[in-house]
Design a protein around this ligand. Sequence first.
Ligand code: ADP
Ligand code: MG
Length: 150
Amino acid sequence: MAIDIRTSSPDETLLLGRRFAALLTAGDIVALAGRLGAGKTLFVSGVANGLGIAARITSPTFLIEKVYRDGFLPLIHADVYRLGSVGEFEDLELADEGADGAVLIEWGDAIADSLPPDHLVIRFEIDGDDRVISFEPHGRWSERDLGALA
Ligand code: ADP
Ligand code: MG
């Protein structure tokens, strides 16, 4: 079941990412969907913070992922926002790369038929200064306690 959380400031989105980090384990695939400026990168910064990663998170250049290994769990951050077709995901081999860590992929609105069955979609919607952030579990993600985020 999807969970919706409304944040009303950048700090709240950062904090939500930090709380979300506690749910992550190795091999996780998380797709962050929403238009530019919706808060995806800010959320990933919160996740990195929650994982104890010291580096500041910036958007990886188009199609390039960045790997952070100094936290409790390796974090692979990719930004494929401008990727034309979700089918290209397989070419990225992000899942392989992230086998020992968590993969967070910033995406546009198209969400991936080609993602593995077990994945989480986090959808970011802009509502004035607020953001409505929906967590949509697929496959075994349904067994995670997303309710703890609310
Ligand atoms: P994206 O990666 O989705 O393009 P960013 O995280 O880079 O988005 O940027 C989000 C922008 O929206 C930032 O400039 C941030 O300050 C602003 N913002 C305003 N309100 C919020 C909010 N509630 N949550 C997240 N970001 C917000
Ligand atoms: Mg971004």
